[in-house]
Design a protein around this ligand. Structure first.
Ligand code: ADP
Ligand code: MG
Length: 422
C-alpha cells in the first residue's frame, strides 16, 4: 500500500487516479531511503516502475519543504532521449496533479522560444535531455544553483549515448544539491561504477532482480532465415498472422528506411521512429501507434529507448542487437503490467554467436520455431549452455582480423560454417 510509505495524501490520491494500487518492489525499496535524503543508486529491469520510484520522493520533498521565494528549478531529472523525457514529464504531471508543483520539460527538437517560456515558469521539477539543457547552461538561460535534487534516469543509456562528460558538467553546475539519484536498467558495464562515483555521495545501493514470474511472461523464440529475402518473408508472415501490435527493431536508419519501403510496397501499414527526426513527426508516429491506428512500429534502439506503450504483443528483432543488455531492453517493451508478451528474433547463421551470448546473459534457452511454408533450408545450430570452447569458436569466427595460420581442427570447422552462411 502506498499509504504505508508516508506519502502526502495529494500524491496518494493521484496514484489512485492513475490506477496504481500498490508500489512495485523497486518503489517500495527506493522511496523510504530517498525520503531519508540518501543518495540512491538503483537498478531494476525495464517496466518495473522506476519513474514513480524517483518522482514520488521528489514530489514529497517539494511538499515537505515548500518554496520560500520565487526561484529557479529545484528538482532536475535528466533523461537520455526526447521521448523518455516527455514521458517522464507526463508522468510527473499525473503524479503532481493535485498539488501546486510546477513541472516542465526541455529537450532537443523543440524550438528555443518554447524553452524560454518553459524556463520562465519558476519550475519545481524540470525534466531535460542533457544536450539541450547544457546549451541553456552555457547561454546562461538556465540556472542550476537552486537545484536541490538531481536525478539521472537510464544512466546506462546515457553512457551509451556519450553523455558522460556533459552530465558531469551539469552535475558540477548543480553542486549545491542535497541529493542525487541514479537509475539504470543494469549496473553492469564498465562505465556505471565510475559514473556513480562521480555523481553520488555514499549512495544506498538498491537492485531489484527480475523475478522469475516477471521473466516467464515473455515468450521468446527465434526463426532461422537462410538469407535476407527469407528473413523478410518471415517478418511479413509474423506481422500479418501473429502480431496484434509489434515493435520491430532494426540496427540502422538506413535499414529502417529500406524495411519501411518494402513493407509499404506490400501494403503493410507501419509507423517508425529514428534518431534525428523532427519532434512533431516523432510525436505523430508515437500517437498513431499508441492509439492503435497503426499496429507496427519500426525503430532503432536509440529511438525506442524508454518508450512506454502498454499492450505491445510482440517485440521482433529483425536485426539482432549488438549487446545482450540491449536485447533485454528491447524485449522489456512487451509483457508489461502482467500482460503476456512475445519476443521473436529472426536470425541468420551469422547471428548465432550473438544469440548464444544473449541466452547465457538472460540464463534462458531461446528455442527455434519454424513456420511450415517458410522452412529454412539449413538446420539451426543448437545454442548450447555456456561452454568455453563454443564461446571461443564463435568469437574467432567473427574476428576477421586474425591473419595467423589456421589451426587444423578449428579451421575446418570455421570453413564449413562459412559455407553455411552462403
Ligand atoms: P521503468 O522506468 O522501470 O521501465 P516505468 O516507470 O516506465 O518503468 O513503468 C512501467 C509501467 O508501469 C508504466 O506504464 C507505469 O505507469 C506502470 N506502473 C508503475 N508503477 C506502478 C504501480 N505501482 N502500479 C501499477 N502500475 C505501475
Ligand atoms: Mg524508466
Amino acid at each position: 500500500m502506498f499509504e504505508q510509505l508516508e506519502l502526502h495524501a495529494d500524491l496518494c490520491n493521484a496514484l489512485g487516479d492513475m490506477g496504481f494500487t500498490a508500489p512495485t518492489s523497486i518503489q517500495s525499496s527506493v522511496i523510504p531511503k530517498a525520503m531519508e535524503g540518501r543518495d540512491i543508486l538503483a537498478s531494476a529491469p525495464t517496466g518495473t516502475g522506476k519513474t514513480a520510484a524517483f518522482l514520488l520522493p521528489a514530489a514529497q520533498f517539494l511538499l515537505d519543504f515548500p518554496r520560500e521565494y520565487h526561484g529557479a528549478t529545484r528538482i532536475l531529472i535528466l533523461s537520455p532521449t526526447r521521448e523518455l523525457a516527455i514521458q517522464t514529464y507526463e508522468h510527473a504531471l499525473e503524479i503532481t496533479q493535485h498539488t501546486n508543483i510546477v513541472c516542465g520539460v526541455i529537450t532537443g527538437g523543440i524550438n528555443y522560444g518554447t524553452d524560454r517560456d518553459t524556463l520562465a515558469k519558476n519550475l519545481d521539477i524540470l525534466v531535460a535531455t542533457p544536450g539541450r539543457l547544457f546549451e541553456h547552461i552555457e547561454k546562461e538561460s538556465f540556472d542550476c544553483r537552486d537545484i536541490e535534487v538531481m536525478i539521472l534516469d537510464e544512466a546506462d543509456r546515457m553512457l551509451d549515448m556519450g553523455f558522460r562528460s556533459i552530465v558531469n558538467q551539469i552535475a558540477s553546475e548543480a553542486r549545491w544539491r542535497k541529493q542525487s539519484m541514479l537509475f539504470s536498467a543494469t549496473l553492469e558495464g564498465p562505465g556505471i561504477a565510475q559514473f556513480s562515483k562521480d555523481l553520488l555521495v555514499n549512495p544506498e545501493s538498491i537492485t531489484v532482480d527480475p523475478s522469475r514470474k516477471e521473466k516467464a511472461k515473455i515468450h521468446q523464440w527465434y526463426h532461422l532465415a537462410d538469407d535476407a529475402s527469407h528473413k523478410y518473408q518471415l517478418l511479413k508472415h509474423i506481422l500479418s498472422e501473429q502480431a496484434e501490435s509489434a515493435i520491430v527493431f532494426v540496427k540502422t536508419r538506413e535499414r529502417l528506411q529500406q524495411l519501411k519501403d518494402r513493407l509499404a510496397s506490400d501494403d503493410i501499414d507501419v509507423c517508425w521512429l529514428q534518431g534525428e527526426m523532427p519532434q512533431d513527426k516523432r510525436n505523430q508516429a508515437m500517437s498513431r501507434f499508441k492509439n492503435g491506428e497503426v499496429k507496427i512500429l519500426l525503430a532503432t534502439d536509440v529511438a525506442a529507448r524508454g518508450i512506454d506503450v502498454d499492450d505491445i504483443s510482440h517485440v521482433i528483432n529483425f536485426d539482432m542487437p549488438r549487446t545482450s543488455d540491449v536485447y533485454l531492453h528491447r524485449i522489456g517493451r512487451t509483457g508489461r503490467a502482467g500482460a503476456k508478451g512475445t519476443a521473436i528474433s529472426i536470425v541468420e547463421a551469422h547471428d548465432f554467436a550473438m544469440l548464444g551470448r544473449i541466452a547465457r546473459y538472460i540464463k534462458e534457452v531461446i528455442k527455434p520455431r519454424v513456420i511450415d511454408e517458410l522452412r529454412p533450408k539449413h538446420k539451426a545450430p543448437t545454442i548450447k549452455k555456456p561452454k568455453k570452447s563454443t564461446l571461443k569458436k564463435n568469437t574467432k569466427k567473427g574476428g576477421k582480423k586474425s591473419s595467423g595460420p589456421k589451426k587444423k581442427g578449428r579451421g575446418k570447422n570455421i570453413t564449413s560454417r562459412k559455407q553455411d552462411n552462403g
